[in-house]
Design a protein around this ligand. Structure first.
Ligand SMILES: *Cc1c(COP(=O)(O)O)cnc(C)c1O
Length: 299
């Protein structure tokens, strides 16, 4: 993690590499990694994809301040702070819950990139998209471009929809982790006919995400695509939770492939893919699978 000099500009398209792993190969499956974690050191790849058209929209509207929301460990807050500094926006982060000092490393990094933080108690935070809550924030901070939590809005979906076209390989299934659903919604919007997208919920009891992804697609593109689904059995205890099994999967994966997986999102998806690869009803022999490494490990 870098708190030093200004971060570099995001780099697209992200690289693609084949993962050679006997546990996949023996099933007759090929697995490719779409390395969105390499897009930018401080802006996880999918966060950049979701921010891109939003920043352009803010510029077009002549707004120089971005205001957005997140939990105290939000990757999206950090990413918005870094992108704001990089592209000349002031940033305000509205954090769920009370202030705890000293700041955790995540919020510390956000403030080091110039983000001003403010806090909303949990009850008010639940109503963060309501007009009166937004109005109160605008009165306090002046006109600003308001981004929802996670950056998952129609412009965010549009940015993620660009991902599939960066792949010049003949794949069947593209996989990504699902937190707020914007990334899956976008990837599925951008898919060519005959391909499907498979999301892995990192939330316990995240079944509402099926509705949420459909809603985001409807809002972004005026239609809901059919070519996606979500697996709900790989949350490993819930958001930001982990288990001994997941930790040993991460360590073993690092030993084999020299790549440390982000434990909140990416490792859950990857472990799910390895599990499904053992079930030919889920991932048939001969499948070509792409796993989107949405961001880097932060430990
Ligand atoms: C935020 C995040 C996600 C979740 O993306 P959603 O669009 O919110 O579903 C996945 N992976 C990483 C690394 C993230 O930071």
């Amino acid at each position: 993690m870098s708190f030093g000099a200004s971060p570099p500009v995001p780099r697209l398209p992200s690289p693609v590499e084949e993962l050679r792993d006997e546990r996949i190969a023996e099933r007759g499956i090929r697995l490719f990694l779409k390395r969105d974690d390499l897009i930018h050191p401080e802006i996880p790849g999918n966060k950049w994809r979701k921010l891109k058209y939003n920043l352009l929209a803010a510029k077009e509207l002549g707004l120089s301040t971005l205001l957005t929301f997140g939990g105290p460990y939000s990757n999206h807050l950090r990413a918005t702070a870094a992108a704001g500094e990089l592209f000349g926006f002031s940033t305000i982060g509205v954090v769920r819950g009370e202030e705890h000092l000293p700041l955790n490393p995540s919020l510390e990094q956000a403030t080091s990139r110039g983000m001003r933080l403010t806090y909303l108690d949990r009850t008010t935070y639940r109503r963060k998209n309501d007009e009166d809550v937004i109005e109160a924030l605008r009165r306090r901070y002046g006109e600003c471009y308001v981004l929802p939590e996670g950056g998952s809005n129609p412009l965010g979906v549009r940015g993620c929809a660009e991902l599939p076209a960066e792949l010049d390989l003949d794949f069947d299934v593209i996989c990504c982790p699902v937190g707020s659903g914007g990334t899956l919604a976008g990837i599925a919007v951008g898919l060519a006919v005959g391909r499907r997208a498979l999301g892995f919920s990192v939330l316990r009891g995240g079944q509402f995400l099926t509705r949420e992804v459909a809603r985001l697609q409807q809002e972004a593109s005026g239609a809901v695509s059919e070519a996606w689904s979500i697996e709900y059995d790989y949350h490993f205890g819930g958001f930001a939770k982990s288990t001994a099994e997941l930790r040993s999967f991460i360590d073993d994966f690092e030993d084999r492939h020299k790549l440390r997986l982000d434990r909140v999102y990416v490792a859950k998806m990857m472990s799910g893919i390895f599990d499904l690869a053992a079930d030919s009803a889920k991932l048939p022999t001969g499948s070509v699978v792409v796993a989107v490494v949405t961001g880097p490990a932060d430990d």
